[in-house]
Ligand binder design. Sequence first.
Ligand SMILES: [Zn+2]
Length: 190
Amino acid sequence: MKEKIENKQEFISNLKARAKEKCPQHADTIDRVKVAFGGETKKGEVTENLDINLNLGYMESRNPDEQLFLFMHEVLHIDMGHMGSMEGKDKHLWNLACDAVINAQLSQKLGLAIPSDLINMPEAKDKTAEQFYVELVALSKKGDVEVAGELGDHHNEWEERDKQMKNKKSSVQIVGVMPGLERHMERHRS
Ligand SMILES: [Zn+2]
């Protein structure tokens, strides 16, 4: 299914309106955030300024529920403060924990299934990313962490940015950009 997004502003306004209707508790961020089609993301990303970039081709290839899901996924990264909390953690497991927790919560909030190309770990439900991260670290020490789906966006640069910003001695909160990792049934050993 592919439907061209002709009027981007209208598309974003509609997306925000649907998001606010379904998730009124995130209305402040939904209203504030600037949404653009751009960056290097394959799906979506949170920018340094805590705005959101979406990939036009990816969004055009999704149905309206999946578009809403991805947009709200990025909003939740912002509202849950995931971007400044990476230091000292296993990068991959932290990314996984954040995405798994977000997607499990979103599925409930939106009353929608998690899109098949995003991380789906039901055991992340009702946990914070920090809690689930601790569990994933313990699991990875015992054996393997198996993951179905792929990260919805790219957080790899969060850590880099964290360092860069610390060097600049800035108090601005750091965010990352994540041009979509292709992770599918990947196995990880500690
Ligand atoms: Zn994500």
